[in-house]
Design a binder for this molecule. Sequence first.
Ligand code: 13P
Ligand code: SF4
Length: 354
Amino acid sequence: SPSDPDLVARARAAKEKLGDKVFILGHHYQRDEVIEFADVTGDSFKLAKDAAARPEAEYIVFCGVHFMAESADILTSDDQKVVLPDLAAGCSMADMATAEQVAECWDVLTEAGVADVTVPVSYMNSSADIKAFTGKHGGTICTSSNAERALEWAFQQGEKILFLPDQHLGRNTAVRDMGMSLDDCVLYNPHKPNGGLTVEQLRNAKMILWRGHCSVHGRFSVDSVNDVRARIPGVNVLVHPECKHEVVAAADYVGSTEYIIKALEAAPAGSKWAIGTELNLVRRLANRFAAQDKEVVFLDKTVCFCSTMNRIDLPHLVWTLESLAEGNLVNEIRVDKETESFAKLALERMLALP
Ligand code: 13P
Ligand code: SF4
C-alpha cells in the first residue's frame, strides 16, 4: 500500500535537517516505505561493513533487527550512536541460543573431552553475548555469504565446529558446499541433558549443530519446490541457506540476500525465477525485474514476511529521525565494553577471512 504522504514528507524533512550526522542502513527484508530512506541497503555482512565505514556519522540508524544493530555498535567507534527504530525488532532465531545455554553446552563438550579441539562458528544472527563467547573460545562469526570460508578457516584451527545458532546454515554449508556427509553432523538440543547426545556422538561428529532455525525460511518445503516447477516450466529455484536441507537440495541455487539480487541482475531476459526468502525482498525484486522481462515469483503460496523485520515501519522511522533531529537520542543499542571486546575479536576474524 502507498505510504502516507505526510509521513514521507516528515521523514524527508528530518533526514535533511540531520544531514551528514545520520546514516541510514536498510536490510533487504525491510519494507519499501523504509528502504526508500536507506542510504545503503545490503545483506547482514555488507551492512556490518558499511556501518564500520562511516566514522563521520554521529547516528547510525539501523533498519533491520536487533543483532544487526548490536554488530554495528561493536564495529563502530564509541562516540557513534547506533539506533534501532523499534526495540521490539528482534530475531527469533538469535533468541534460540542464550549465553547460559551456550556456556552449558561448552561444559558438555569439555566433559566429553572435545572442547579443546572444537572451534565455535556463530552465525551473525546471534546476540552479542554469543559473539563474545565465540571470540573468547577462538572462533569466528559468519554470515550466509561467507559461511563456507568461515568453516574452512575453523577446520584449520581445530577438528570440530560448534555451529550456532542456525542448524540449517551449518548443515547446508557443511554438506552442500564442503562435501561432508549428513552423518558428520549432530544436532545439539539445548533443552535436553547433554544436548540429547552421547559422548561417542560428540567425539565422532565434525559439525555440532545448535538446534536453532528461522521460522520464516522454515515455511518453505520440498512441496513448494515441486509445485512451482510444475506451475512454471523451466523455472530456476533460488533459496536462502536458512531453508531446510531438503529444500536446499531440491533447489537450483542457494545464497544470501545479496547473492540472490546479483543472480537476478545477471540472469538473461526471459528467464523465470522462484525465490525462497522473505517476501518484502521478493516482491521488490519481482517489480524491479518485470521491467527487464525476468519473471520473479515467491517460492511458496502462503505469505511469508519476517514479522520482526516488519516492525520497522515508516511511523517508527519518522519518530526516530525527528527525535534525533531535535537532539533526543532514542532507542540506542549499546553493547557493554567487556562483551564488545570479545565479540569484536570474533567479528574481526570474520572480516579478515580470505
Ligand atoms: P542475509 O545475511 O542473507 O542478509 O540474511 C540475514 C537474515 O536474517 C536472513 O534471514
Ligand atoms: Fe531472523 Fe528469520 Fe527474520 Fe532473518 S528472517 S531476521 S533469521 S527471523
